[in-house]
Each structure stands twice: as structure tokens, then as C-alpha cells.
Design a protein around this ligand. Structure first.
Ligand code: UD1
Length: 342
């Protein structure tokens, strides 16, 4: 059988690079395309090293450039596209909404148009942020989407709607999947790829590892008066390699024509809530170190608790999270040390 080709937009970034590794290991041809607006070549080179694929194609381009996207789809025989190319800083999106709407929507519309023209399947990287502050836990794919609390979150909802409406209008000619990620953390066990935040990290785990290595003085735990067992927020932390593997299951399902509906949604999480404090303590225990942290006021916009019901992904997709939080936090620390040259 002919090898299938998967385009990974934003493929040089944190999630995209891990997904590229798993797709290549599963036997797919991969085309990585990225404008390098929020990453450098580190992870792309890491993917080449891990997979031994020095010939892995890299296209430097901006997905907001419709002509460039059209050219990409005529240059390569793309069977499926996984769309990651987007801005992702929640706070920045509140300050600069137009930047977020323009970039995240234009790029997805361009991908969607070309995918439709070439009958390519579409996998959209969505987020648990679309659930807002849920009424019932854990959240299933049927849980209502709440009004987004940031322009970033809104772009995730709008892109899901663009995908759904395009598929519906095509009467089966177009198919796609949205994966709603919970909190992706960790790094590849090789420590050759991982998260590379620019400036001060917004997310918890990069802040922890940078504090542990001495780049930041002290971790602030935002809020210890939430209505949760230890007062800190609960999240569903999903290992980045597990998360990446979910994409292989989803791509296979689309390309092997096994979808039950033309548009499908899956939660990608572990189903296990972990508090911020528990995560910090697990990091200390696994890596045998003490972290400098203090309790600070709540961060605006944070929901007290959210975790997934991943049973649809488990049963329908055949995927489940396998790595333990200890393995994940050890990998995150190994990656930070790799970056520091230790
Ligand atoms: C955020 C986004 C989510 C996005 C995800 C990407 C929202 C509301 N959240 O999730 O859409 O997909 O990032 O990774 O849109 N924390 C601290 N100290 C810190 C940093 C974080 O205590 O220095 C706490 C937060 O209060 C939160 C938890 O750690 O309770 C996780 O925070 P974070 O990693 O930023 O992820 P989310 O806000 O859950």
C-alpha cells in the first residue's frame, strides 16, 4: 500500500514535534511546515535525530499566506493535515485580540480551503478551554461548551465550528476530528524535544523546571483557597508522548475510513485530577530535589477544577494514556537539564 502523507502545520513546535515523531514511527510520511514565530530549529532537529530521518521535509511558511498554503498542497500529496499553527498565550490574547483572531482564524481557514480542494482529512488541535468552567465533572464531549474566557479560547471554539460547518456542508466529502487536549506536559524520553517557552513561562511545568534549574527564583502557586481537597486547582495533566500517540490513532481512523460520523470530537486526557500542589510535590519526589515555591493570589481566569472523561477516546479511538505522572515529570526535568547542557 502507498504510504500516506500527513502535513503537520506548526510541526516544529512543542506538540507538533512530538506528533511528527509518532507519525514517522507509525510509518507515515510527514511534511513539517512552520513559520518559526514561536520556536527555533531545536525541536525540528530533535525529530530528525530521534527518527534518523535526515530527509524529513521542512517548509518555512506562514499559514496566513493563502497562496503559500495552496502551493504546499500542490507540492506534496497530502492525505491528512494536523493543524497546530496558532498563537497560544491566553494572557497575550486578552491584550491583543486582533492578533489572535487574525492569525488563528486566517491560518485555519486557509488550511481548511486547501484540505477541501484536495480531499484531505483534517485534524484540529482543540483544547479543554472550550468547556470553560464546567458544571459537572469529569467533562465528556457532550458537556456544554461555555462562552470562552479569552480570545485564545474563542479561536478554539470558532475553529471547531468552522470545521463542523464545512464538513456538514460537504455532505461527507470532507471529514475531520477535533482533539480537545487537557494539560499537555513533559517531554520525549530522549530529552531531544520538549517545551521551549519564550520569556517567562505561563504554564505550570515549564515554570517548575525553570525554577528548579535556577532560571526563576520562586514558583508562585496561584491560589490555595479553592474548593478543592488541598485548596489548589485540579487539572488533568497529560503526558506529551501519550498525547502525540492519540494523533496517530485519529489519523489512522480518518485515513482507514473508520469514522462513524464525518466530524468527531475526542477528549484527550487521563481522567485523573491532580492538584497543583500534588504536581509540585511529585516533581520534588521523583527528581529528588526541593523546589522554592510560595502560595500567591489566584490567577484571573483560572477554573478551580477540570478533568476529562476520556472514555470515548479509550473505547472508540482505542487510545489511552499510559505514562505515569512520575515518568512525565522525570522527562520534563531531563529536558530542562538538556537545555542547560547538564
Ligand atoms: C492553559 C490554558 C489552556 C491551554 C493550556 C495550554 C485557559 C484558562 N488555560 O491551561 O487553554 O490549552 O494552558 O497548556 O485558557 N499555575 C501556578 N503557577 C504558575 C503557573 C500555573 O500555580 O506559575 C497553576 C494555574 O493556576 C493552574 C495550573 O497551574 O491551576 C495549570 O496552569 P497552566 O499550566 O497555565 O494551564 P491551564 O491554565 O490549566
Amino acid at each position: 500500500m502507498m504510504k500516506k502523507t500527513v502535513l503537520v502545520s506548526g510541526g516544529a513546535g512543542y506538540i507538533g514535534s512530538h506528533v511528527s515523531v509518532e507519525l514517522l514511527s507509525a510509518g507515515y510520511d510527514v511534511v513539517v511546515a512552520d513559520n518559526f514565530s514561536n520556536c527555533d530549529l531545536t525541536c525540528f532537529e530533535g525529530v530528525r535525530k530521534i527518527t534518523g530521518r535526515d530527509d524529513l521535509p521542512l517548509v518555512k511558511m506562514d499559514f496566513c499566506d493563502a497562496a503559500a498554503v495552496r502551493k504546499l498542497f500542490s507540492d506534496y500529496p497530502i492525505d491528512a493535515v494536523i493543524h497546530f499553527a496558532a498563537f497560544k498565550a491566553v494572557g497575550e490574547s486578552v491584550e491583543q485580540p486582533l492578533k489572535y483572531y487574525k492569525n488563528n482564524l486566517d491560518s485555519f481557514l486557509n488550511v481548511q480551503e486547501s484540505a477541501q480542494a484536495h480531499s484531505a482529512k483534517v485534524l484540529f488541535s482543540s483544547s479543554a478551554t472550550v468547556y470553560g468552567e464546567p458544571d459537572k465533572m469529569p467533562v465528556t464531549e457532550e458537556s456544554p461548551r461555555k462562552p470562552a474566557t479569552s480570545p485564545y479560547g474563542n479561536t478554539k471554539q470558532i475553529c471547531e465550528d468552522i470545521l463542523r460547518d464545512t464538513i456538514f456542508a460537504s455532505k461527507g466529502a470532507v471529514q475531520g476530528i477535533a482533539l480537545r487536549y487537557f494539560n499537555p506536559i513533559g517531554a520525549h524520553p530522549s530529552a531531544l524535544i520538549g517545551e521551549l517557552p519564550r520569556g517567562v513561562p505561563n504554564n505550570l511545568v515549564p515554570y517548575i523546571t525553570q525554577t528548579a534549574i535556577g532560571k526563576r527564583e520562586c514558583l508562585s502557586i496561584f491560589g490555595n483557597d479553592y474548593p478543592t481537597p488541598d485548596g489548589t486547582c485540579l487539572r488533568d495533566y497529560i503526558d506529551i508522548v501519550d498525547l502525540a500517540k492519540a494523533h496517530v490513532f485519529a489519523v489512522r481512523r480518518m485515513l482507514e475510513a473508520r469514522m462513524e460520523a464525518d466530524y468527531e470530537i475526542f477528549n484527550i486526557g487521563t481522567g485523573r485530577p491532580v492538584s497543583v500542589l500534588e504536581l509540585v510535590q511529585a516533581f520534588e519526589r521523583v527528581n529528588g530535589l526541593k523546589l522554592n515555591y510560595r502560595f500567591a493570589p489566584r490567577r484571573e481566569g483560572d477554573v478551580p477544577a477540570i478533568w476529562a472523561d476520556p472514555s470515548r477516546a479509550n473505547t472508540v479511538l482505542g487510545w489511552r494514556a499510559e505514562r505515569t505522572i512520575e515518568e512525565t515529570l522525570a522527562a520534563a526535568w531531563a529536558w530542562e537539564k538538556h537545555l542547560a547542557g547538564i
